[in-house]
Design a protein around this ligand. Structure first.
Ligand code: PGA
Length: 266
């Protein structure tokens, strides 16, 4: 049984006070659901410790970070390492398209971060997703553009998991996030999502065996709301969601968590 997982990615939002108050409200909303669903909040890095203080020893929600660098300590101005964050966070988001695109993160960087996260005992949430609508039939024939080529999510996952010890593969969480669905209010069609995720698991099975691929948790991300959460929770291929905008609203986020608790248990 794969335990459902709902992640709130707060991105570059909120003040320290607002982050603490949101964490407090979410903890209330998800009270009692922790047995059924893993809930992870990923605040902006400076608010990680204040939010940790608010959550205290509560088991309502765990902490995640939106990114981290490989390693522990070193002469790297501006970097924060997995090793430094491990005492405070359980999960780390790696390879979000906003970092792949705006920060030019490469497959190699993402792969190194995943291997390091596993080594430090953080659970990596690896985001993959096509940058452009590959299935757009209006696309002109000819050589694919660089962006289109980089949009192959099966290649993204293969390169992300390169040299990850086979025994660690099922510890990785994959979040399938088509870029055109992120922050656009245009979520991907659930039937399409389940088709892609089935193929993603087959790709992972080729790397680490079917049993490990079956145990791995796969999320969907992109314009998930309290209203459409049920559509994704009903898919047997999906174990949870990564939520951006709607995770800044305690009620909406609480409802998404409750939906997964409800549907995945029945
Ligand atoms: P969104 O973000 O829910 O605001 O679309 C999702 C994401 O960044 O994965």
């Amino acid at each position: 049984m794969r335990k459902p997982l709902v992640v709130g990615n707060w991105k570059m939002n909120l003040t320290a006070e607002k982050a603490m108050s949101l964490a407090r409200s979410i903890a209330k909303q998800v009270d009692g659901l922790g047995e059924k669903v893993d809930v992870v909040l990923a605040p902006a890095l400076p608010w990680l410790l204040p939010v940790e203080g608010v959550l205290g020893r509560s088991t309502h929600a765990m902490l995640g970070v939106q990114d981290a660098d490989a390693g522990v300590v070193g002469a790297q101005t501006g970097s924060v390492s997995m090793g430094m964050l491990k005492p405070h966070a359980s999960y780390v988001i790696i390879g979000h398209s906003e970092r792949r695109l705006a920060r030019k993160e490469t497959h190699q960087t993402i792969n190194a971060k995943i291997i390091d996260a596993l080594k430090r005992g953080l659970t990596p949430i690896v985001c993959v997703g096509e940058f452009v609508h590959l299935y757009d039939t209006s696309r002109k024939r000819g050589r694919p553009t660089k962006l289109e080529a980089e949009s192959n999510i099966y290649m993204q996952i293969r390169r992300a998991l390169k040299d990850v010890p086979e025994g660690d593969i099922s510890k990785v969480v994959v979040s399938y996030e088509p870029v055109w669905a992120i922050g656009t209010g245009e979520p991907a069609d659930p039937a399409y999502v389940s088709q892609v995720v089935r193929k993603l698991r087959r790709t992972v099975a080729r790397l680490g065996g079917k049993r490990r691929a079956t145990r791995m948790r796969v999320l969907y991300g992109g314009s998930v709301t309290a209203k459409n959460a049920r559509d994704y929770a009903s898919l047997k291929e999906i174990d949870g969601v990564l939520v951006g905008a709607a995770s800044l609203d305690a009620k909406a986020f609480g409802k998404i968590v409750a939906t997964f608790a409800d549907i995945k248990q029945s």
